[in-house]
Write a protein that binds this ligand. Structure first.
Ligand code: ADP
Ligand code: MG
Length: 588
């Protein structure tokens, strides 16, 4: 075939391939036009997942009748006019492609009336048949109706999923744009049924609660931070409402919903150690940045952007959310079902009672207590950090702590009853201490008189070189000693003291690397290894604890960061609030 210029219809259909891949993207483009037109109310209706009908109505400024035909041609826009404008886009649209693209793959009708005209104009388009402009009646604003989407592009039609799936995507598109523009009212009707109704004039908080569900209010933490030329705000979900998908993550940049891997990463990073790595935090994140500092012209559907200073944005998002999570008391409250309350009391053998320090003995001296207890309890953990006497004032001298089943500590605070998983909490405490110690230099290590030998898989010997910098940081020195053996010459003092065997630990590290690969990000690899150390060194479920150990562990709970969850994200502590107790006992 000789080279030729493609007919305009084909050009538009190619463009449509990038911009509109399913009903939800049509709805998104039409709603964006309504937002750009200054609408205060946007109503969307779809039928059969958008296959039969998509209609978007707004009360915005409208399209002058004389410009209707131009509006549906490719590269026609009222939003930018020069290269200069392209560098600082303040509208959602700017490519002048959406109407032309959608028109090329559907039967489209536009009825629009500008505010100071007393009649509307109407245009019907099907493929390259642009009908004639006719007068019509209607209120100020624009209604775009799409029927038979993809009627002339059967390949695309085949990719449509079940109606319910397409409807769910449309719903999500409406909700996401509604989150970005709380002042605008939004309505969505699916097959004649009202699916979304959000009143105009809402604030961000109100809109978020309306979209996510008002029952989530106690689970959401508001945050805001301002950096130079960049402000960040929104609501971050407590770890307990993290989900298996990213559906509950909304990132809004200058009123535009975007997807951005670096920001998603920053969010995830802020929750590191608070949620299971396979789950995704619930969050609505608003970012306002000077338009000149971001390029939105990098993706046909404008879903991705490019920041001038991506690492600055990443760290600003990370620190804003992390700070908020640190401020919060993240201990999850749990509600008992009535049926689970036993009236007979706990079996005596499950309950070991620990009478701790005498309540009368208020201003005691740490060194005396320590001496008195030294005989029965080994030094709990001393990484050379804070002098424990400094943290004593924050120890609440709870007169009684129960160790239940040698696994759980039951105690109280001002909010109610706390149940602590001793292993999970100890693991978190160890992890935070190791993290702090390693930030100051390599961990203390001890030379072995005789190298400890580990038999490993030959391929694992090759991993050693890559691992060396990491091992050095945690105080381990190991060399290959044959095709399938590694010799450990020095080992972490901390692990020694916690009774962890050098060969067992190194083999675990090598196994983990062989299985999951070495994390390319050295910080992430370090975190993972410290986590392994903390897990191995921590007291286990089933370990009986001395009074000293219990006191120390509970004191550390108030000391360390993120003590509400273990490094894997499981909770360390559950709280049964006084309010819930009162409810359960029928006192209210
Ligand atoms: P873009 O939004 O990139 O400018 P579109 O093809 O989506 O391109 O729309 C073309 C033009 O039609 C817009 O620039 C705008 O002037 C006009 N337009 C489209 N939809 C509306 C609407 N709902 N209200 C007012 N004007 C609209
Ligand atoms: Mg547009």
């Amino acid at each position: 075939m000789a080279i030729r210029r493609l007919p305009q219809l084909v050009v538009n259909q190619i463009a449509a391939g990038e911009v509109v891949d399913r009903p939800a993207s049509v709805v998104k483009e039409l709603m964006e036009n309504a937002v750009d037109a200054g609408a205060s109310r946007i109503d969307v209706a779809i039928e059969r997942g958008g296959r039969d009908l998509i209609r978007v109505t707004d009360d915005g400024r409208g399209i002058p009748a004389g410009e209707l035909e131009l509006a549906v041609t490719a590269h026609a826009t009222s939003k930018i006019g020069s290269t200069e404008d392209l560098n600082a886009i303040a509208t959602l649209g700017f490519r002048g492609e959406a109407l032309a693209s959608v028109a090329a793959i559907s039967r489209m009708t536009i009825v629009s009336r500008v505010r100071d005209s007393n009649e509307a104009g109407r245009l019907d388009i099907a493929g390259d048949d642009v009908g004639t402009l006719r007068p019509a009646s209607g209120p100020p604003g624009t209604t775009v109706t799409i029927r038979d989407l993809f009627f002339n592009t059967p390949a695309r039609r085949k990719f449509m999923r079940a109606d319910a799936t397409e409807s769910a995507r449309v719903t999500r598109a409406v909700e996401v744009l509604a989150l970005a523009h709380p002042a605008i009212g939004f309505g969505l009707t699916i097959d004649g049924r009202a699916a979304v109704e959000l009143p105009a004039g809402q604030g961000r908080r109100e809109r978020i609660l309306d979209v996510l569900g008002p029952e989530l209010e106690p689970e959401l933490l508001a945050f805001s931070a301002g950096e130079q030329g960049l402000t960040i705000s929104g609501m971050a979900g407590r770890p307990g409402i993290a989900r298996g998908t990213t559906r509950h993550q909304t990132i809004l940049l200058n009123g535009r919903p975007i997807s951005d891997r670096s920001i998603t990463h920053a969010v995830k990073e802020a929750y590191r150690g608070l949620i299971d790595p396979g789950r995704h935090p619930t969050i609505v994140l608003f970012m306002e940045i000077e338009p000149r500092l971001v390029d939105v012209n990098v993706h046909p559907a404008k879903a991705e952007v490019r920041f001038r200073a991506p690492s600055l944005v990443h760290s600003a998002v990370l620190s804003a959310i992390r700070r908020r999570l640190r401020e919060a008391d993240l201990t999850p409250a749990f509600e008992l079902q009535r049926a689970t309350i036993s009236t007979t009391g706990a079996p005596a053998e499950f309950v070991e009672r620990f009478r701790m320090l005498d309540t009368a003995q208020k201003g005691f001296v740490y060194s005396e207590v320590k001496q008195a207890l030294a005989a029965e309890a080994p030094e709990f953990l001393d990484l050379g950090g804070d002098d424990p006497s400094e943290i004593l004032p924050t120890i609440k001298l709870v007169p009684e702590v129960l160790q239940v089943h040698s696994s759980y500590l039951v105690t109280t605070d001002e909010h109610g009853l706390l149940i602590v998983d001793q292993h999970a909490l100890h693991e978190r405490v160890m992890f935070e201490m190791l993290l702090e110690a390693v930030s100051k230099g390599p961990l203390e290590s001890q030379r072995l008189l005789m190298p400890a030998m580990v038999e490993v898989d030959p391929t694992q010997v090759d991993l050693l070189d890559g691992l060396r910098p990491l091992l050095t940081r945690i105080g381990i020195e190991a060399e290959a000693a044959g095709p399938a053996a590694v010799a450990i010459h020095a080992f972490s003092t901390f692990l020694f003291e916690r009774g962890v065997e050098p060969p067992e630990f190194l083999r675990d590290v090598l196994d983990r690397c062989a299985r999951d690969g070495i994390e390319t990000d050295p910080e992430a690899a370090l975190h993972e290894t410290l986590d392994m150390m903390a897990c191995k060194a921590a007291i286990k479920a089933g370990d009986r604890l001395s009074e000293r150990e219990i006191a120390d562990l509970l004191a550390r709970r108030e000391q360390v960061e993120r003590s509400s969850n273990c490094p894997h994200g499981r909770p360390t502590t559950l709280r049964l609030t006084i309010a819930d107790l009162e409810k359960q006992f029928g006192r209210r």
